[in-house]
Design a protein around this ligand. Structure first.
Ligand code: UT7
Length: 326
């Protein structure tokens, strides 16, 4: 039966110009390129300048996504930014992005905080609003300046994270209503909030008026990430009436190459079908998926018509998946 679906019109990404290598880190804390590379797969990450805010990363990524979508900013009627590193406690970074882009058409603007799953959560919200006919065109962004909430004396965490932003423009169209359609074919989001303290900021505005630093029980996150990422793919594939063999590319949350390897094995996906950017992005939380998506479209890996499976997992714990035909 014919139905409205959300089509991916275009994507864009932005990375700060400062690149920090593992060797750079080994001059700050007691670590080594060997340890970071073998335990995580990370080689380098980008770090925002002191006066380079999350909103600036968003705007740079959004401008590219808007240009690639061949729409005007006035066509956007919803701006949603997934981030745990907003410019201000309030208003939302999405409102700042709208202001900086010069959007004056009354488009709704809000942030979503679902940590590393933020872009998947934001996409589900935008997709549902499009399919309900409440909006036509959404600007969905995942962006972080995690370097600003990183304790640069803690080697357990400071080697893992990076800064960046990825943006996607989604727009409604009337589709056939089957899995040969273009656009978002399924989404699903989850949480297990009993793990609230396993990965968190160690402060908060309501607790002590500070934003705090990233605190993580890495081993526990690692253990939980693998089944969560697998579930995000398997259940969305099933909702879309597809199987793993239909996937052209899998984009997992980019936190650790060992996690990605293990998830690919469980899904029976060869690594040739898995997008890996953690080596040069590090873990960019909510920006990780849209950065990997936009970069892989730009470099020609992902081609029109490809079926992409996405899954992400992070603090909360939150996790989720998306199946999209680009
Ligand atoms: O984005 C949300 C999702 N986040 C994740 O998915 C992160 C999941 N967790 C991980 O990726 C891994 O648990 C880590 C990369 C964080 C840590 O890897 P691990 O293999 O679990 O190492 P570990 O924490 O067990 O530490 C092993 C050793 C320890 O030394 P001892 O106690 O064995 O002597 C650590 O003190 O490595 C030491 N270590 C380091 N050594 C050099 C910890 N960090 C470092 C470091 N450089 N940066």
């Amino acid at each position: 039966m014919r139905q409205i679906r959300s089509q991916l019109l275009g994507t864009g990404y932005f990375l700060p110009s400062k690149v920090m290598t593992n060797d750079d880190l080994s001059r700050i804390v007691d670590t080594s390129d060997e340890w970071i590379s073998t335990r995580t797969g990370i080689k380098s990450r980008c770090i925002a300048a002191d006066d380079e805010y999350t909103s600036a990363l968003c705007v740079n990524a959004a401008k590219k996504a808007i240009a690639n979508s061949e729409i005007a900013v006035e066509d956007i009627d919803f701006i949603i930014v997934a981030t745990v590193t907003p410019d201000n406690t309030f208003p939302s970074t999405a409102a700042k992005v709208g202001k900086l882009l010069g959007i004056k058409n009354g488009a709704a603007a809000m942030d979503v905080n679902a940590a590393c799953s933020g872009f998947v959560y934001a996409t589900q919200v935008a997709d549902n609003m499009i399919r309900l006919g409440q909006i036509k065109t959404a600007l969905v962004i995942g962006a972080e300046t995690l370097s600003k909430i990183t304790d640069w004396t803690d080697r357990n965490t400071c080697v893992l994270f990076g800064d960046g932003a990825g943006a996607a423009v989604l727009a409604g169209y009337e589709a056939e209503g089957n899995n040969t359609d273009k656009g978002i074919l399924a989404t699903k989001i989850y949480s297990d909030v009993s793990h609230y303290d396993t990965l968190c900021s160690d402060s908060g505005v309501s607790i002590n008026q500070r934003s705090g630093f990233i605190h993580m029980d890495g081993k526990e996150v690692f253990r939980m990430a693998i089944p969560a990422l697998v579930q995000g793919v398997e259940e969305t594939l099933s909702l879309a009436n597809l199987t793993a063999s239909d996937i052209d590319w899998y984009i997992p949350h980019q936190a650790n190459l060992r996690i990605i390897d293990s998830v690919a094995k469980k899904l029976n996906l060869p690594m040739e079908k898995v997008i890996v950017t953690v080596d040069h992005h590090g873990n960019t939380s909510a920006a990780s998926i849209p950065l990997a998506l936009a970069e892989s479209i730009e470099n020609g890996k992902i081609k029109p018509g490809n079926i992409i499976a996405i899954s992400s997992m992070g603090a909360g714990f939150t996790w989720g998946g998306i199946i999209i035909r680009v």
